[in-house]
Write a protein that binds this ligand. Structure first.
Ligand SMILES: [Zn+2]
Length: 479
């Protein structure tokens, strides 16, 4: 168990929880500092499109109240006096239900093959809701909204870094559906060279098909688009761009170019963001919250972060447990393997801190509690008792009355409403000791053993929610 290497001990932090005065922010930062945290990554551009500073260039983005209270300045002052590192967490392409950019430029949103937005996508049986903005469109959200905001922030505040989040496509919910906006339908074929400018109608069939594979004749760049392209509706064009083939009669390989196009849109944004930041503040770093495997995320969300090299200084992968299968033990084994791989992949980056989420550590304690509540709600006593038995040791250690309620239920299923009441109370105010302290400790032990130089935990709010302040203080090394 070697944690001495963990020089950067970071946490992602919300904005509202920092408070609304210099004194609040100072108290907030002090509590984290005193716990052993020395780096904060604070949410300053939200998933609703608003920013937590007074924007002069796009004042309509400023979140209510933050035109008066200067949160970034208060954070800077509180962190600097304690020698803490400070990064600005900015949500890039996710714009919430109706953010300011979308209100002014509805044409900048991502569209699917049917011309619908991500808001209309069904997720786990319900309409999803949030909008995503097209990363490729120029002029568009990237160059006329996001980059100017990033440049403005860097100019105003001497943070150590800006931190990209949602620097990707929405493929964790809807892979292969975006983006088929008007711009991308025009631009992807142009970018991929699917026809020439000079002879746009010429199919340029090869003079000789004299090699064994039709794909061997690719170098003369045949016209890829079908002859009826201009008259096709959006959904047919989208289907061709995703499912079609480079050669009529060849393999259906156009998805390769579709994924490459998305990857390039995201990487190009990183390039431009780094340029914008360093134009106004040459020493400022840029970091990014990324998915754990860049080969996979390149295909599914356009985020092959290996290509961020030179444009992003710090790679902070979200190695959250919900991105892994299996038990807590399996998670720790796979996490170790992930970190070894990521270390190799990030050798040319300035820094690499594996990230982990606190809340997902407690599936074993949390899921049976939900199941228990649901079973009691449904008056399904057998399921309620089974769910209770899965966590009975933990509940027994913190609540006698909850255990008595279940014991009574075992004898008399008719009193289910009393057990329901008891567990509603229990869940409203779960005793801190219900959550095991050793999980966070074991997590940091696995990270420390890999001898990386830092970690980042998601997020400060979870320390309250799962009563982990003391566990964290005991688990991290001291300077
Ligand atoms: Zn688009």
């Amino acid at each position: 168990m070697d944690r001495a290497f963990l020089k950067y001990r970071a946490m992602w932090s919300g904005s509202a929880e920092c408070g609304m005065s210099d004194a609040d922010v100072d108290r907030y930062v002090e509590k984290l500092y005193e716990t052993g945290i020395n780096t904060l990554i604070v949410h300053l551009k939200g998933g609703d499109g608003t920013v937590y500073w007074k924007s002069d260039i796009l004042p309509q983005c400023t979140h209510e109240g933050y035109d008066v209270f200067d949160l970034p300045a208060a954070l800077l002052s509180a962190c600097r006096k304690r020698g803490m590192r400070l990064e600005a967490w900015l949500i890039d392409y996710f714009e919430g239900k109706n953010g300011p950019a979308h209100r002014e430029h509805p044409e900048w949103v991502m569209l699917d093959p049917d011309g619908k937005t991500t808001a209309e996508e069904m997720l786990r049986g319900k309409p999803w809701g949030p909008l995503w903005m097209c990363a490729a469109r120029r002029p568009g959200y990237t160059d006329h909204w996001l980059l100017p905001l990033i440049r403005e922030f860097a100019q105003k505040y001497d943070f150590d870094a800006i931190h990209h989040d949602y620097v990707r496509y929405p493929g964790d919910a809807a892979p292969d559906r975006y983006c088929f906006c008007d711009y991308c339908l025009e631009n992807l074929p142009k970018w991929a060279g699917y026809r020439t400018e000079a002879y746009s109608d010429d199919p340029f069939f090869h003079e000789f098909y004299d090699r064994g594979y039709i794909e061997a004749h690719w170098e003369q760049s045949p016209r890829v688009l079908p002859a009826n392209w201009e008259s096709l509706p959006r959904s047919f064009k989208a289907n061709f761009l995703l499912e079609g083939g480079f050669f009529q009669g060849g393999r259906n390989d156009l998805d390769y170019f579709f994924y490459l196009y998305r990857r390039e849109a995201i990487t190009d944004f990183c390039r431009l963001a780094k340029e914008a930041v360093n134009e106004v503040r040459p020493d400022m770093d840029v970091s990014a919250a990324v998915f754990k495997n860049p080969v996979h995320s390149g295909r599914f969300i356009g985020q092959d972060w290996r290509t961020f090299e030179g444009y992003v200084d710090g790679i902070i992968p979200m190695n959250y447990r919900d991105h892994y299968p299996g038990s807590f033990e399996v998670y720790l084994d796979l996490l170790k393997e992930t970190i070894e791989t990521q270390r190799q992949l990030t050798k040319n980056f300035k820094y690499y801190w594996p990230g982990a989420a606190i809340n997902f550590l407690y599936f074993e304690e949390e899921r049976p509690l939900h199941a228990l509540a649901k079973a009691l709600e449904d008056e399904d006593c057998d399921s309620a008792i089974a769910a209770f038995d899965a966590i009975s040791d933990r509940i027994r250690s913190v609540s006698t009355s909850a255990c008595q309620a279940i014991d009574a239920l075992r004898k008399n299923p008719a009193i289910v409403s009393e057990a329901r009441k008891e567990f509603a109370t229990f869940r409203e105010n779960i005793p801190g000791d219900y959550w095991p302290a050793e999980k966070l400790d074991r997590l940091l032990s696995v990270i420390g053993d890999t001898q990386v130089e830092g970690f980042s935990l998601f997020c400060v709010g979870h320390l309250d929610q799962y009563s982990q302040w003391t566990a964290l203080r005991n688990a991290i090394p001291r300077d």
